[in-house]
Unconditional design. Structure first.
Length: 483
């Protein structure tokens, strides 16, 4: 290779099956968020098409995963309804996380239907110990040979329901990278190494600091809106929000395998972007059959419901209050999920409820001792805030109702909780407390006794709670206090 090469890399990450326009929160200096509609694959297609017109052979489009799961049309089709839309986008490769929610066999089926590769250097078959998916691919764009390595989310077999990882296991993927990079460089003679990872920004920064030879690292999982790249050990790292509200664009000038200049833009997928008509038609085919169900109103909210906060959120407080009410439990727990488009004040629809908890799990109860509560909460805090990023394997802090804990985030594992109160009383280590929860991420199997499923599923509980009141107002309870 000689001369100057102009390559444009587009990143999609954590779209969570948001196919079309939806509400999004944009942070502002007054400490409050402003709602605007954003997103949709047809608008993203317009952005990509314009870039391809300007640089016909120089556009690389990569998807970090959390793509096939998160909304009703995706979940009810086990991801298959998205395939025609994704195949129309000109994507060059992807990796995975929530894609495993349908089980590895369904993910293999979905991958076989795509016209681009699913990449994972860290997902192995339990029997053969061989990679389940290709570890990398080589793509030629802008006169360059580009080696693209995928790293799937490593927590699938560690913190998520067992069927997600049936017959497979995951490593962190970092130890595999040096040999893969060396082979791509020396044997395959690639000009550029791009890593597409779903490990989360803190972990990816650490990997970039330890592993030489990565030119570009496309980061995801933690829903960061990076308005400028982070440069670590000559690796450029970008991440581009979530829900398809943004698309990351990295324009590179490359000469003799060296990045001489780069320009990055975090592009908001604005409502007024003209949707690509072919992609919009494919989206409509998926959405129209569910329109009557999903647009039906359940009630109204006076307060914004969202998950864009680390310690506690209004959206999850609604979920917790709903599951506590149908079970008469004194405590309630759910996972600190990041996904779920925000709901502005106004009508709440069935579509909103499915976006809150698309798996619609049963509402369960369990009896937990005070000692188990402390252990469970300390474990969650360590998985969220581990000082070594390689120990981080969660979303936000576990969502809690009925308790109040005072924590030191900076403390070592097992010592973060300074005080824990249940109601207005200090926790009793030997008392058993009845807790409602959803999914094993709410309360892991190793904690508690007398686990039972109620007659309710999560969406039933949410619907009943809102319909009973008509208009809801959900605030923050100060459940987790940083001291």
């Amino acid at each position: 290779m000689s001369g100057m090469n102009h390559l444009t890399i587009f990143q999609l990450n954590d779209t969570h099956a948001y196919l079309d326009l939806h509400p999004e929160i944009f942070f502002e200096g007054n400490g409050e968020g402003r709602f605007r509609n954003a997103g949709g694959y047809a608008r993203i297609a317009t952005i990509l098409n314009e870039a391809r017109s300007a640089n016909p052979d120089g556009v690389l489009v990569l998807d970090n995963g959390d793509t096939f799961h998160g909304t009703y049309p995706a979940v009810t089709s086990m991801g298959e309804s998205l395939v025609p839309i994704l195949n129309s986008m000109g994507i060059d490769g992807m990796t995975a996380h929530w894609e495993f929610a349908y089980g590895p066999n369904q993910l293999k089926k979905l991958s076989s239907l795509l016209n681009y590769p699913m990449l994972a250097n860290n997902c192995y078959d339990e029997r053969s110990k061989q990679p389940v998916f290709p570890t990398h691919t080589i793509i030629e764009k802008a006169g360059l040979k580009i080696g693209v390595i995928g790293i799937a989310c490593h927590i699938v077999d560690k913190t998520m329901p067992p069927h997600f990882s049936s017959g497979v296991y995951f490593t962190l993927g970092n130890e595999e990278l040096p040999a893969q990079i060396e082979k791509l460089r020396k044997v395959d003679q690639v000009d550029l190494i791009v890593v597409v990872s779903h490990l989360g920004f803190p972990i990816e920064v650490k990997i970039a600091s330890e592993v030489d030879g990565i030119d570009i690292l496309l980061s995801s999982h933690t829903h960061n809106r990076l308005y400028k790249p982070v440069r670590i050990n000559n690796t450029l790292i970008i991440q581009s929000g979530c829900h398809g509200s943004f698309i990351g664009c990295l324009e590179l000038e490359i000469e003799n395998g060296q990045i001489l200049n780069y320009h990055h833009k975090l592009i908001e997928v604005l409502e007024d972007i003209q949707p690509d008509p072919k992609v919009q038609a494919l989206i409509n085919l998926v959405l129209v059959p569910h329109k009557d169900l999903l647009q039906s109103a359940v009630g109204e909210t006076k307060t914004a419901l969202h998950r864009y906060s680390q310690l506690e959120s209004t959206m999850d407080n609604l979920l917790l209050e709903s599951i506590a009410e149908v079970t008469n439990a004194e405590l309630a727990f759910s996972n600190g999920w990041r996904y779920g488009a925000p709901i502005p004040p106004g009508p709440v629809t069935m579509n909103d409820l499915w976006n809150i908890i698309p798996t619609n799990p049963p509402v369960s109860t369990v009896e937990l001792t005070g000692k188990e509560l402390l252990e469970m909460l300390e474990e969650n805090l360590e998985r969220t805030f581990a000082s070594n990023p390689y120990g981080q394997m969660g979303g936000y802090v576990k969502r809690c109702l009925g308790l109040k804990m005072f924590i030191k985030i900076e403390n070592p594992a097992g010592t973060r909780i300074q005080e824990l109160f249940i109601g207005d009383r200090r926790v009793d280590l030997y008392h058993k407390y009845l807790a409602a929860f959803v999914t094993m991420q709410g309360v892991s199997q190793k904690y508690g006794t007398n686990r039972r499923n109620s007659d309710y599923h999560a969406i039933d509980a949410l619907k009943q709670y809102i319909e009973k009141r008509g208009i809801i107002s959900i605030g923050l309870n100060g459940t987790v206090q940083v001291v």
